[in-house]
Design a protein around this ligand. Structure first.
Ligand code: NCD
Length: 298
């Protein structure tokens, strides 16, 4: 049984063929019914605006049936263990389950107890594989050949599952990742160029991926204020000037803290393009995991 827990679950060839399919889906004007009569359950134990709706729209565009568990009303609140929740969901015979949880490792644990693919919609600070896939898809759409391109990942890298998944996937595709953050948000990773000063690397990068400060994952307030953070790390017109550079952000954006209003309106900023591409990339991955597992059986 193949699951998508983190980006390492997919080989380079698999990612390339998923992107080929996502592109086909993006260019198609007809309805798709590859997942007709399939049941997809989404269960989000942590807030989400984009990822959950993106998965649900993707599933519906492939004619699947979607059931979203309302976690605020689910039995997890009544003390049911994760194991029992998984076993009960599995008894309904879904063809895939999409899960998000504030604890790292939950999708992996669930995958040991169910008979369908688990897709990780983000677990703690660990991984967010579909976000990294849609980010790479958006970068490839722009540059075609991404090998040797330099990307600055800017912000709360240490607490970001988006950063983790992107670092793994983008380096495998030959991009050079530069880590830019205040000292308290810098992860302990070797083999990467690191700086606390974005101006130092602005002339050499092709892409900037700005990240939201993950306030919900901080045990103590470890920075003075978001305003101070913005002084040093906000992506402004003054910083990027007329450089040929791509600006990405997984959302939700802290406006004028992560990226300022002017840059958000700038055509070099691909935030909404990322959201749009996310649906097609998720269609491709749902189709791939469900049909593959259907064919190879359990
Ligand atoms: C991200 C997440 O939830 O990890 N958002 C998303 O899925 N688009 C990033 C974030 O919350 O900052």
């Amino acid at each position: 049984m193949k699951h998508l827990i983190n980006t390492k679950d997919l080989s380079i060839d698999e990612v390339i063929s998923l992107f080929k399919r996502a592109k086909e889906l993006k260019n198609s004007t007809t309805d798709q019914n590859r997942l007709k009569d399939k049941l997809i359950i989404t269960i989000f134990f942590e807030n989400s605006t984009r990822t959950r709706s993106s998965f649900e729209i993707a599933a519906k565009r492939l004619s699947a049936n979607v059931v979203s568990l309302d976690v605020s009303k689910s039995s997890a609140k009544k003390g049911e263990t994760l194991f029992d929740t998984a076993a009960n969901l599995d008894a309904m015979e879904p063809n895939a389950i999409v899960v998000r949880h504030k604890n790292a490792g939950v999708p992996k644990i669930l995958s040991n107890y169910v008979n369908c693919p688990i897709l990780n919609g983000g677990d703690g600070a660990h991984a967010h594989p579909t976000q990294a896939l849609l980010d790479l898809f958006t970068i490839k759409e722009h540059f075609k050949d991404v090998r040797g391109k330099k990307i600055a990942i800017v912000g709360d890298i240490k607490n970001s599952r988006v950063a983790n998944s992107n670092i793994e996937l983008l380096t495998r595709f030959g991009l050079e990742v530069i880590l830019v953050s205040p000292i308290h948000f810098m992860p302990k990773l070797n083999n990467f160029k690191k700086t606390h000063n974005i101006k130092e690397i602005i002339d050499e990068v092709d892409i900037i991926m700005s990240l939201r400060t993950q306030t919900e994952r901080h045990k103590n307030l470890i920075y003075a204020s978001l305003k101070d953070y913005a002084n040093d790390f906000c992506i402004t017109k003054d910083l990027i000037k007329n450089r040929d550079i791509l600006i990405l952000h997984p959302g939700p954006v802290h406006r004028n803290i992560d990226i300022d209003d002017e840059v958000l309106r700038d055509p070099r900023c691909k935030v909404l393009q990322q959201v749009k591409n996310g649906v097609f990339v998720r269609m491709a991955i749902l189709e791939y995991l469900i049909n593959q597992n259907g064919k190879n059986s359990k």
